[in-house]
Design a protein around this ligand. Structure first.
Ligand code: SAH
Ligand code: SF4
Ligand code: F3S
Length: 461
């Protein structure tokens, strides 16, 4: 078989697209390799969410040029959001690239690669899929492949929100939902193959089923359907948009045992004026109301978020309002970004008034606050027992060679623990006493495996 080297940048949607390309290419004769120098085909799946992400890709171009010089038959493809955004311009910048392919062409990757092997002429494939349906036909797993313990399932693609700073609606096209039957069938297949947790995936999952889905299924109804699948231990979804979050979805958190008590809910800013400029379609009160409704439904609910600092015209006071909101909610984790002007977006035409040093300083303050909040949240777990879903062996074993496992708590903290009696397997639910905290990770001691709690150390879970 020929060999393909796949490199992924950006979000979970890109990671899912890479997995899909791997499977599709396998069926047309390419096996994935981790050794780039052995590859017959290199695909770089790119991101353009911020300028930094984009620059990283440009600096990669040079890296692969010598490989191409050594092996003129090597096919070099660039896929993902930067490919969609830049199209032909990428070929001008780097003529040694054989094809440029947008995210909506992923299902055609084998055809694109075949065309590239037959013709020496570089080509751009960035058509948006105009069909009404969004389907991901089931394909067999690769030989020897097991599903990840925590597996993603795409439920909606694209985004119609057009936040004024964001490139995604231009790179991923219009929102389109996948049929609930197909989603449930994929989740069932993954669980049969070893998955214990399903994470429903989309740029705005709460818009699921709002347009063109026949038969119509609302997002909360999908949650109830997936939750029923036997063998599923945990259910999550990401990313949520506060504006599309329905009361029925809040209720689902109270009713569905498998729906975990953690939610990633991007807020972006704590100022109503900035939220309006960002075209998020909600204010601070609505966001806080939603957080409160969820806390009323599930008292130990934990939240994480995304924040942008230095949005055009953001004042120092407005920035402080973001810090205040973060403190009020007490996020367990945040992804924090300095505003970056993106092509085609409305905000890119507005004066970027905040000097670079001020943006950097605001980001620094935000990170410091979040570190403190994370520490405060984490401290509450010290000495307590938590249930951990074991995702795999940690990269490092302990000093004496005892197997060390890594997993996550329901609240989405990562956790590592040693397994001196080698009792644990990937996919197990293990009770661990939390002993230490580093950043957003715990370490601890195992006190029970799959419901069993040793007599000498009884705990309530
Ligand atoms: N669909 C999700 C987020 C997608 S992008 C949502 O609406 O919440 C992930 C995060 O990147 C965003 O939440 C935002 O915080 C950040 N981001 C997006 N565009 C950005 C830009 N131009 N500059 C800085 N951060 C940006
Ligand atoms: Fe971008 Fe807004 Fe869509 Fe999220 S909801 S992907 S931030 S346009
Ligand atoms: Fe990046 Fe595209 Fe995802 S821009 S964050 S890879 S949707």
């Amino acid at each position: 078989m020929k060999q393909v080297f796949l490199e992924t940048h950006g979000c979970q949607m890109n990671a899912a697209d890479t997995d899909r390309m791997e499977a599709l290419l396998f069926h047309s004769g390419y096996l994935r390799t981790e050794a780039v120098e052995n590859a017959d085909l290199i695909i770089v799946n790119t991101c353009s969410i911020r300028e930094k992400a984009e620059n990283k890709i440009y600096s990669l171009f040079g890296t692969y040029r010598p490989l191409k010089r050594r092996n003129p038959d090597l096919i070099l493809g660039l896929t993902g959001c930067l490919a969609q955004q830049e199209g032909e311009r990428l070929l001008k910048r780097a003529p040694h690239i054989n094809f440029v392919m947008g995210p909506d062409e992923v299902e055609r990757v084998a055809q694109v690669v075949e065309a590239a092997t037959k013709s020496r002429k570089s080509r751009v494939w960035i058509e948006f899929d105009k069909g009404k349906e969004y389907a991901i036909p089931q394909i067999d797993l690769l030989p020897g492949e097991r599903a990840n313990t925590s597996s993603f399932v795409n439920i909606i693609k694209g985004c119609d929100k057009f936040c004024s700073f964001c490139v995604v609606p231009f790179t991923r096209g219009r929102e389109k939902s996948r049929s609930a039957d197909e989603i449930c069938a994929e989740a069932r297949q993954l669980i049969d193959q070893g998955a214990r947790e399903i994470i429903l995936l989309g740029q705005n999952v709460n818009a699921y089923g709002k347009r063109d889905l026949i038969p119509a299924v609302a997002f909360h109804e999908l949650l109830y359907r997936v939750a029923e699948i036997p063998g599923l231990e945990r259910l999550r979804f990401t990313t949520s948009h506060p504006r599309d979050f329905t009361p029925e979805t809040v209720t689902a958190f109270g009713e569905l045992d498998v729906l975990v008590n953690h939610l990633h809910l991007p807020v972006q800013s704590g100022s109503d004026r900035i939220l309006e400029e960002m075209r998020r379609g909600h204010g601070v009160d609505e966001y806080m109301g939603l957080i409160q409704a969820l806390k009323d439904t599930v008292p130990d609910m934990a939240f994480s978020t995304d924040v942008i600092v230095g949005f055009p015209s953001e004042t120092e006071r407005e920035f402080e309002m973001t810090l205040e909101l973060m403190g009020k909610v007490g996020f367990s984790n945040s992804y924090m970004f300095q505003y970056s002007a993106r092509p085609n977006t409305p905000a890119a035409d507005w004066p970027d008034t905040t000097p670079e040093e001020v943006k950097k300083h605001r980001l620094q303050k935000t990170i410091e606050l979040q570190n403190r909040l994370t520490h405060e949240q984490g401290q509450r777990f010290l000495g307590k027992s938590v249930e951990v879903l074991v995702e795999g062996l940690s990269r490092k074993s302990s000093d004496d060679g005892t197997p060390r496992w890594r997993g996550r708590t329901a609240h989405y903290w990562s956790l590592q623990f040693d397994d001196p009696e080698s009792k644990v397997q990937q996919g197990d639910l293990v009770t661990v006493q939390v002993e230490g905290l580093r950043g957003h990770s715990f370490f601890g001691s195992m006190i029970g495996c799959n419901g069993e709690v040793p007599q000498k150390n009884p705990v309530k879970v």
